[in-house]
Design a protein around this ligand. Structure first.
Ligand code: AMP
Ligand code: MN
Ligand code: MN
Ligand code: MN
Length: 280
């Protein structure tokens, strides 16, 4: 079997960040969906990796460590996935600890913004949904507001309160792209620009981002992801080919009830793409 044909999913979340399944339950779901190669890519934490590594070995799934780091670039939040790094690398671990402190501070500001918008205070509930209070994020606030009956589902909370220019959205300064790249590269890993079609960038800014990503040693973008439409996937297939970039594939799975795409069910990479996993 050639690498292109493997069932691969290199982007998903566990309860260590804003997914709902424990790492071992996520791996069991991956096995049930016939996944052959997987990465766990929780936001700004490596906490789920040990449990997932062990579970993947039990299920005969090839596992690679992952993480998804939030970056602020030209005022926009971008996500950089790191794959195949050494999870013990001290500079990466220390950088993620600082990201977590910053996440925790933002949660207080987000709660205040929601209260100012006339909603009940759900800070405690959001922290409880997060499990680890240092990994609290918008999704946990969304789940807490659904539990309070403020909205019917998580997507509605995002649409009404938690996206840019909505009353509960707090602009936040995440990591610099160059720093996040060097944390991943310094730990021996591969940086991947996650779901590139999702960013609100002009064409010129999109070009500048790819230039900067390349100049920092970036070689890989997500082409097939649960966060892309079919048109997005075709567009980034073309961009990957034009720019000579390798392609990644991932579901961005968070939850059986909230996610559009199940584990292992992102569309296969389009023809002509150069799969990043063929290099491992
Ligand atoms: P945070 O890193 O805390 O700002 O939260 C970002 C996470 O919120 C993403 O990884 C998604 O899981 C989720 N998210 C972001 N935007 C949306 C949206 N428009 N609808 C639903 N979920 C979203
Ligand atoms: Mn998420
Ligand atoms: Mn993301
Ligand atoms: Mn993600």
């Amino acid at each position: 079997m050639v690498p292109h044909d493997l069932n691969v999913d290199l982007h998903m979340h566990s309860s260590a960040s804003d997914g709902v399944l424990a790492p071992s339950d996520l791996v069991a779901r991956a096995a049930a969906n016939n996944l052959e190669v997987m990465a766990l890519t929780d936001h700004d934490t490596l906490d789920g990796l040990a449990e997932a590594t062990e579970a993947a070995a039990d299920h005969g799934i090839r596992f690679t460590p992952g993480v998804e780091i939030s970056v602020t670039w030209a005022g926009e939040t971008l996500h950089l996935v790191g794959l195949g790094f050494d999870p013990q690398a001290a500079p990466l671990r220390e950088a993620l600890r600082e990201m977590q402190r910053s996440r925790h501070r933002r949660a207080q500001e987000m709660n205040q913004a929601l209260v100012d918008a006339g909603l009940p205070s759900v800070l405690e509930a959001a922290l409880a949904f997060a499990g680890n209070p240092m990994l609290v994020g918008r999704t946990h606030f969304a789940r807490a507001l659904v539990a309070q009956g403020v909205c019917h589902h998580v997507q509605e909370v995002f649409d009404r309160y938690l996206t840019p220019n909505k009353p509960g959205y707090v602009p936040h300064q995440w990591a610099r792209l160059s720093h996040a790249m060097s944390w991943i590269q310094g730990a021996g890993g591969t940086p991947v620009l996650a779901h590139p079609a999702r960013y609100r960038l002009t064409e010129t800014a999109r070009w500048a981002l790819l230039q900067e990503f390349l100049s920092l040693g970036g070689r890989t973008i997500e082409v097939s992801t649960g966060s892309h439409t079919q048109d997005d996937t075709r567009r980034y297939q073309q961009i990957a080919l034009q720019w000579g970039l390798r392609a990644s594939r991932g579901s961005d799975f968070h939850s059986p009830t909230e996610s559009r795409c199940d584990v292992g069910r992102a569309p296969p990479l389009p023809d002509g793409c150069d799969p990043v996993w063929a290099y491992w």
